[in-house]
Design a protein around this ligand. Structure first.
Ligand code: NAG
Ligand code: NAG
Ligand code: MN
Length: 399
């Protein structure tokens, strides 16, 4: 064994030797790089001095600046920008206090915006063969303040915000006669939820402008529950049964917001039922059903055919619960069900809806807290929203 002092002397020496070698290497390395001088020098002040360079950079870079949905223009639609017109508003609905299982969708709006950072409304959607910004001015109005202590108040806040946007005139008009009851052209709203309950106040606004609409409902659950206490569970006598994320379509039918004659369709259904009477009730509410198994049995082409046959030429509202996608591809949601649709299949189905008159849409039940670190669910939801904007761009809301 070496004496203690000798061993520490040797380690200090070894360190110094190593440092000197390292520093010399650095010097050699840097020595190869000649600092730009004279004519070779890049003058950054000059390079970025032109206003157009700045503007172009700010427009095209998707992951800089304020985080809006797919780079949509940020707008204070309910405040200082209230006078500015647009064609489509993206609206966040941070609400998740009517869920039956995992909460967390109140963070959905910003989660979906985060998932949309590599998308852009002015980028070419290749399979859809369209650039949304060529046809629509899309703005992001941020989130509606929805109180977290009273669902009734929160849902009313969203209802009023949505009506406020829908009652404006759209920036662009188009050839033909508007689908709206008042004959005018109104903006359309893409809402980012939020739990699925938000669809009820949103449909109230849409039906107010266009009359009853055909709903294409992508979900693994039917959400037409008749409001009643769960079998055998206690409920206070005489106490009102509030709307929740499994019963809002029952209310929508009760308020005559849905197109008559079963011109509404669920797509991707695979959730368990209380009993077959749930399906009877579902039919009375006004839906037909395409089960998730249809993707195996008839493929996306067959599903598209079913949807188009169901909604015909009606104005259409798309409501998409992210749990329609298989939890392997979209785990961050409140009530996941295995055996779902893949992201590739949903893209093919949406492409198949080209030409339908989409008057509004929502994407709901994205709960980012359960997402993977690579944001797989938020990216899926964002891309679906981007495809829905393409559908809106492809077909104006005309008769
Ligand atoms: C760089 O360009 C700016 C603006 O044209 C000019 O004011 C400045 O003197 C330039 N700097 C150098 C080092 O040439
Ligand atoms: C709506 O619900 C109420 C209360 O259950 C009922 O009396 C009414 O008939 C329903 N209306 C429709 C159109 O279903
Ligand atoms: Mn669902």
């Amino acid at each position: 064994m070496m004496p203690y002092s000798l061993s520490s002397f040797l380690s200090v020496f070894a360190f110094l030797l190593g440092y000197v070698t390292y520093a010399r290497g650095q010097q050699q390395y840097l020595g190869d790089v000649t600092a730009p001088q004279g004519n070779d020098a890049v003058n950054f002040t000059e390079l970025f001095s032109s206003e157009t360079t700045f503007r172009e950079t700010w427009k095209s870079d998707t992951w800089h600046g304020l985080v809006t949905f797919a780079g949509a223009i940020p707008q204070r639609c309910f405040g200082s920008d209230a006078e500015l017109l647009f064609d489509v508003a993206v609206l966040g609905a941070p609400f998740d206090t009517a869920t039956s299982y995992r909460p967390g969708a109140r963070f959905g709006p910003n989660g979906i915006r985060q998932g949309a950072r590599r998308l852009g409304v002015s980028r070419l959607n290749v399979p859809m063969k369209i650039r949304v910004s060529d046809h629509l001015n899309v703005v992001d109005c941020g989130d509606v303040p929805m109180v977290y202590i009273d669902n009734k108040v929160a849902l009313r806040q969203l209802e009023l915000a949505n009506i406020d946007l829908l009652s404006k005139r759209s920036l662009r008009t188009c050839e033909g006669q508007s689908l709206a009851k008042d004959g005018k052209f109104h903006p359309r709203v893409l809402t980012l939820g939020g739990d699925h309950t938000i669809t009820l106040p949103l449909l109230r606004g849409v039906a107010g402008v266009y009359g009853p609409v055909s709903v294409i409902h992508f979900d693994s659950h039917i959400d037409t529950w008749k409001p009643r206490p769960i079998e055998g569970s206690p409920w206070l006598p005489g106490e009102e049964m509030p709307v929740n994320h499994g019963s809002y379509f029952w209310y929508a039918h009760n308020e005559s917001l849905l197109a008559p004659d079963n011109a509404n369709i669920h797509v991707g259904i695979r959730g368990a039922l209380g009993g077959w009477e749930d399906y009877e009730n579902d039919y009375e509410v006004g839906f037909v059903i395409s089960h998730a198994d249809d993707l195996e049995e008839i493929g996306w082409r067959g599903v598209v055919e079913k949807i188009r046959k169901t909604v015909g030429d009606n104005p259409v509202y798309i409501s998409l619960d992210i749990d329609v996608i298989d939890p392997g591809m979209a785990p961050a949601t409140g009530t996941p069900e295995i055996g779902g649709i893949t992201t590739r299949e949903i893209k093919k189905i949406l492409q198949g809806l080209s030409g339908l008159k989409i008057v509004g849409a929502d994407i709901v039940e994205v709960a980012p807290g359960y997402d993977t670190q690579d944001e797989i669910t938020q990216i899926a939801a964002a891309n679906i929203g981007w495809d829905i904007l393409a559908l809106m761009a492809k077909a104006p809301a005309v008769v």
